[in-house]
Design a protein around this ligand. Structure first.
Ligand code: HEM
Length: 212
């Protein structure tokens, strides 16, 4: 079983700290968009070129500043189109609340903030693929221990994520950014799903060994 506090590892420490992980992107004050749009040969796992990665990190700052609001919008959207998740998340207390009440609910906003904090670290580190996938691997594996959770459920958050980002960014959510966000969320969800699936298999083998 992973560590009891699942948010461990997504705290405020920077990546350079060997114990923890980054919560904030590297300083961007004197950065400029790379002119060369070719896909980085450095890592084929992320099919975005250097300029697209630069734009993503810069654009994401608008979300990062409104993480709580974006996260709550995303979760309320998820819950409203997937009734069964009220139980998965233990959010049964807001099942019959209005959308506005759900957006203000403390349990939802707190959970949304934790998830957004993790997405913040992941997206801010899009240029460091190894590190990014390491974070996703850890979180995906942890979900294997959530009661009633199935690996394919990750995909249910794809559209709510895009909806929330668009809602918060308004006219900064251009056609170009839409394409970039669609690519990155697919990568994130595939990695989470794969890690969760692998951990579920390990868990089943471990339990089988224990019970035999
Ligand atoms: C972008 C996708 C997702 C990311 C990055 C993510 C990340 C996280 C993180 C960081 C936590 C720990 C929160 C905490 O301990 O308070 C968490 C908990 C959890 N996640 Fe996810 N998650 C994602 C999608 C989903 C989806 C789609 C579902 C279910 C449909 C789900 C189900 C859960 C559950 C049930 C918990 C435990 C909540 C609790 O203990 O109260 N996650 N997730």
């Amino acid at each position: 079983m992973p560590s009891a506090c699942s948010c461990f590892g997504f705290g405020t420490r920077r990546k350079s700290d060997s114990v923890g992980v980054a919560a904030a992107p590297k300083p961007a004050s004197n950065q400029t968009a790379p002119a060369n749009p070719s896909t980085s040969a450095a890592d084929a796992r992320i099919p975005l070129n250097e300029r697209q990665k630069f734009l993503l990190v810069a654009n994401w700052k608008g979300i990062s500043r409104k993480a709580s609001e974006t996260g709550a919008t995303m979760f309320v959207q998820l819950l409203r189109s997937n009734e069964q998740f009220y139980e998965v998340f233990n959010f049964g207390h807001v099942r019959s609340s209005t959308k506005e009440e759900q957006l203000q609910d403390e349990r939802i906003t707190k959970h949304a903030e934790t998830v957004m904090k993790m997405l913040d670290v992941v997206i801010s580190n899009v240029k460091d693929a190894d590190y990014m996938f390491q974070l996703l691997q850890k979180s995906g594996a942890e979900h294997a221990y959530r009661p009633r959770f199935q690996p394919e459920m990750f995909w249910k958050i794809e559209e709510p994520f895009l909806f929330a980002v668009k809602e918060i960014l308004q006219d900064r959510y251009t056609e170009n950014m839409d394409q970039i966000y669609r690519v990155i969320i697919k990568i994130i969800l595939s990695s989470l799903e794969e890690a969760c699936r692998e951990e579920s298999v390990r868990k089943a083998i471990k339990n089988g060994t224990k019970n035999s």
